[in-house]
Design a protein around this ligand. Structure first.
Ligand SMILES: C[S@@+](CC[C@H](N)C(=O)[O-])C[C@H]1O[C@@H](n2cnc3c(N)ncnc32)[C@H](O)[C@@H]1O
Length: 320
């Protein structure tokens, strides 16, 4: 028997490990531990005694991560949870301030490749799309119960689909829709063949997945908590896979790099905001051609890194 086949190839692994500037003994939070690919690299770089807290809302991912990281013993601690509660989860695990936080957003190949999870338009499966299988909202509910105009707004906002109204009308006309295949065919009939080289249902599936998992709201909520957890000099690394989430990360890092965030028309600062981050990457890091050839899912990945600044004299504790 050779090497066990890795279920998931971590994206931008070398760039993440270098960007976090890891050293022996450091403690790191991986808010999206998935199957533990990045976590393994982090634990190797922080040996012999650095600790890693790995969080995921998908119990299947955590079971895989537990096996993948078993050799690191008590250095790897895993918790099931939503990263929008990052501060609480870390406090409950007793970790205190940490040297690094990683967020590798979106779905894993474990989720995408399992037809029964309902994420893929290339496989026949139920219209589920929940990362946390115990969460109340499924794609089936949105697809079959939302009014056409709300569905169209969702597909436009989260899928950036130009033909959102046409797609929404086609979905409503095809109800009830029970499987990913039925939905993909209804969308394809509405928008025709491939647009820009992607499957016609790509944008609609992306929109539904973002809504089912409240992905953008969670991201907005986790970023300030991640900064609050970092010790000065600690680093935050975020990998985004589409422009909506990358924009949130970019704007957050830009805002936190500024001392004043008052509107420019105000003659004097009234916000009292003080910078908490120093950007490490001016432009997002992208996968090399070689990585994209090895792992096509890395094609859309964008990695941004920022470093926690020392708290300034008189700065409010809530932001530090
Ligand atoms: C791209 S995968 C991470 C892969 C991981 N870095 C690895 O190397 O194996 C993203 C993971 O984050 C989890 N996830 C996404 N959003 C989450 C959230 N808001 N809270 C907790 N976990 C989340 C997903 O369930 C998925 O397992």
């Amino acid at each position: 028997m050779g090497e066990p086949e890795r279920l998931h190839v971590p994206v931008l692994l070398d760039e993440v490990l270098a960007g976090l500037r890891l050293a022996p003994g450091q403690n790191v939070v991986d808010g999206t531990v998935g199957m533990g690919g990045h976590a393994r690299g982090i634990l190797e770089r922080t040996a012999p005694d650095g600790r890693l807290l790995g969080i995921d809302r998908d119990p299947n991912a955590l079971a895989v991560a537990a096996e993948e990281l078993a050799e690191f013993g008590s250095r790897a601690v895993l918790r099931r949870g939503e990263f929008r509660h990052l501060g609480e989860i870390v406090a409950e695990a007793g970790l205190g301030r940490v040297d690094g936080v990683l967020l590798d957003l979106g779905v894993s190949s474990l989720q995408l490749d399992r037809p029964e999870r309902g994420f893929s338009f290339q496989e026949e499966g139920p219209l589920d799309m929940r990362m946390d299988p115990s969460a109340p909202l499924t794609a089936e509910e949105i697809v079959n119960q939302w009014p056409a105009d709300e569905l169209a707004d969702l597909i436009y906002a989260y899928g950036e689909e130009r033909h959102s109204r046409r797609v929404a009308r086609a979905i409503v006309a095809a109800r009830p829709l029970r499987t990913t295949g039925e939905l993909a065919r209804a969308v394809s009939r509405a928008v025709g063949g491939r647009s820009g080289g992607i499957h016609p249902a790509t944008r609609t599936f992306q929109a539904l997945r973002i809504a089912v998992n409240a992905e953008l709201e969670s991201l907005e909520e986790v970023l300030p908590q991640a900064v609050a957890l970092l010790r000065p000099g600690g680093r935050l690394a975020v990998i985004a896979f589409h422009s909506l989430e990358d924009r949130i990360v970019k704007q957050f890092m830009a805002r936190e790099a500024r001392d004043c965030i008052c509107p420019p028309r105000l003659p004097v600062c009234v916000c009292g905001h003080q910078a908490t981050l120093r950007p490490v990457t001016r432009k997002p890091l992208r996968a090399t051609e070689a990585e994209v050839a090895r792992n096509p899912r890395s094609r859309s990945a964008r990695l941004r890194i920022a470093e926690r600044l020392e708290a300034q004299e008189g700065a409010q504790e809530s932001e530090s």
